[in-house]
Structures are given as structure tokens and as C-alpha cells.
Write a protein that binds this ligand. Sequence first.
Ligand code: AMP
Length: 114
Amino acid sequence: MSEDTIFGKIIRREIPADIVYEDDLCLAFRDVAPQAPVHILVIPKQPIANLLEATAEHQALLGHLLLTVKAIAAQEGLAEGYRTVINTGPAGGQTVYHLHIHLLGGRSLAWPPG
Ligand code: AMP
């Protein structure tokens, strides 16, 4: 279980966010500092800190998050493709300790990332 984070506050509507999708299990909203024309974060409502904390118990939820990314990408018109990123822990560049999938698209993305 993660500590409360700014994403917990967004889930509880204590702070505003540009929400693009919601269901019983997850929430998706636009990143406040977008790195591409489309930059959306898809998060579970359950406060899992990151993949280091994920277990087999979360298998269905993790699959649901990925399929939600796919549906949102289609909704955003990203037919040419897009990138998904999950930053994990300090070495992975994670800054908010509530699991989230970045969905980035709308421009050509280079590889490798920084
Ligand atoms: P990460 O570095 O993978 O932990 O990503 C955290 C992301 O959350 C960054 O891209 C931030 O720009 C984004 N972020 C932080 N606070 C907010 C917020 N209040 N609303 C939307 N996105 C946020």
C-alpha cells in the first residue's frame, strides 16, 4: 500500500485534473506538464506505489490498465502509434509514488529515452 499522494487527491477530487476516463478500477487524466501533444496518465484507484509493490493479486488490474491505455489511445486518435512508460523507483525516474502508466503520443518519439 502506498502513502497518499497527489494522485490520491485527484481520485478523491480534492484537487482538479483534466480527467479523460474513469471506471470502477481506474482513472485517466492529462499530465500537468505534457511531454507530447497527448500525455495522459492512467492510474489504478487502488494505491499501489509502483511495480515493485505489485503482486499476482494485481494481475487482472494491471491488464485492465493496459487495455484502458489502448482504448484511450484510440479515443485520442493515436492510430499511428504511441508510447507507454512506467517509471519505477528512484532509478526509474519515478516522482509520484502511485502507480501510473504514461501514454505519450501525437509526435514522433525517439529511442532510447534519457
Ligand atoms: P513520474 O515521474 O513517472 O512519477 O510521473 C509523474 C507525472 O505526474 C509527471 O509527468 C508529472 O508532470 C505528473 N503530475 C504531477 N502532478 C500532477 C497533477 N496534479 N496533475 C497531473 N499530472 C501531474
